[in-house]
Write a protein that binds this ligand. Sequence first.
Ligand SMILES: *[C@@H]1O[C@H](CO)[C@@H](O)[C@H](O)[C@H]1NC(C)=O
Ligand SMILES: *[C@@H]1O[C@H](CO)[C@@H](O)[C@H](O)[C@H]1NC(C)=O
Ligand SMILES: *[C@@H]1O[C@H](CO)[C@@H](O)[C@H](O)[C@H]1NC(C)=O
Ligand SMILES: *[C@@H]1O[C@H](CO)[C@@H](O)[C@H](O)[C@H]1NC(C)=O
Length: 512
Amino acid sequence: MKAIVCLHIAASAAAAFSLQGPAEYVQAWLGLYPLHEHLSSNLSSPRPSLIQTAPQCSPGYVFLEPRGWAVRRPGPVVLDGNGELVWTEHKFGEVMDFRPQLYKGETFLTFWRGTDDGTHGRGSYYMLDSAYEVDKIIRPAGGLDGDLHEFSITDNGTALMTIYEAVPADLSGVGGPVEGWVHDGILQEVDIETGKLVFEWRATSFYKAEHSLWGTGGKGLSKEDAWDYFHINSIDKDPEGNYYVSSRYTFTVTCISPGGEVLWQLGGVNSDFTDLSGGAASNFSWNHHVRWHEGNVLTIFDNGAHGYKTGERTAEISRGLLVQLDLTRMTVELITQFIRPQPVLSASQGSVQILDNGNVFVGWGYTPAYTEFTNNGTAICDVEFGAARWFQTGAVKSYRGFKGDWVGRPKSKPDIAGRRKQVYVSWNGATEVRHWRLQSAVAWDADENNFADQETIERTTFETMFNVAGIEGRYVRALALDASGEVLGISHVFDTKGRRIVSVVSFPSLAP
Ligand SMILES: *[C@@H]1O[C@H](CO)[C@@H](O)[C@H](O)[C@H]1NC(C)=O
Ligand SMILES: *[C@@H]1O[C@H](CO)[C@@H](O)[C@H](O)[C@H]1NC(C)=O
Ligand SMILES: *[C@@H]1O[C@H](CO)[C@@H](O)[C@H](O)[C@H]1NC(C)=O
Ligand SMILES: *[C@@H]1O[C@H](CO)[C@@H](O)[C@H](O)[C@H]1NC(C)=O
């Protein structure tokens, strides 16, 4: 039954947008979520379709958290600029908001993990160190559960996080009971080291039920069935200490002073700004991921829809927005909008990131695609990681998508495996490996000096293959070398005749 409904939606999606890219990818002949499988590793990773690439796309890795009904093993994924796997992990299951973040001078991989009910979550925030080991698990203050939408680390060693909590509310203004229930949208800033609450703001302290542009749908009668009237989904903070909150169901960005006073709201029914762009800078709807930038510039992901049926879409397409605020005149002006070359309408999720070189990276959320633009809105790199024919079905999605730098040094050993006359090596998460060197030995008796160098191959993909047909010696192992030729790790010894791993070689004691 579900499949039939989805096919129906997919058919209408195809009618709305032209589909480009290779037919076998777009039409799901490779699957709804095409995967790369590897011989040396049981990890699977997305096998993206690179629709458009360009040398001026910034260097750096792409950070995604694919999930959806066609994603059998969800989890965090790091890809390189060619869409090749760098690191993934299946043990965490579904995660959200996966990205590198700086904390006290060190870069961590952070994400939310927990259970979600489809619109918000109850869980905690994880910080992994450069060896991919869990360094910290953080929760909101006051015994509340961390919501999936935001975990943002500030320069002051604090974290901004979203929380949903059911609270009593008067819903008589929207046709509900006087003693009704809503999900409050809570912003907390918590000191990471001490866990102490630094700041808290609640949407119900300012926004009333009447401000919501999302109908109650009969919800709000009990605590268990609280109405999600506000839907907080991002928090940012500027150097002066003001907070910026995005609300999907009021179509607003709210600026809150360090003292907790609402300074202004942009968008929605009571916008405080005159739109110098005839509406284009402030008529965003069902929005996500608002970020403040130097000079009172904001980036906003404008979904333009919360569903695909008539009446559920406000706009025809989703777009990234870069807008200029003038807080003296209280005006807003569109600087640039970022629209995918093959436009998409994403009914939920999404992100907009300004990269170090000024390019803009957009993750399309509910639509499994990401695009890098120059700052004037020209798309230069464009990638899909799910079959476009099924874009509007939730088969594959990634809450947000980011691009950035990362250095990973796993403590595990490189993986090695063989098939016929080939030996395959890989090392999940080892970003510094530039070359692999194969060594072989006629006999294996735990004496590393028996091993003689064979071929050295540049590492260009997650897995590297050696042909061992002409090699003397049945036992092989691989050395991972960094840019200066230093040995970063040595694999187990692989018996090419018995086709199995025969040793656990310790490192660095047995280094050549
Ligand atoms: C992959 O999983 C299979 C079955 O669990 C196991 O036998 C095999 O050793 C694993 N391979 C690697 C490279 O981890
Ligand atoms: C960091 O702390 C200083 C001093 O309390 C404050 O002025 C500043 O606004 C804070 N910045 C952020 C991003 O929290
Ligand atoms: C937003 O405003 C712009 C400029 O007036 C207009 O072209 C666009 O259609 C508007 N979008 C929506 C969803 O109202
Ligand atoms: C936008 O930037 C690109 C790359 O910098 C340039 O080639 C293009 O001409 C620019 N387009 C416009 C409309 O300014």
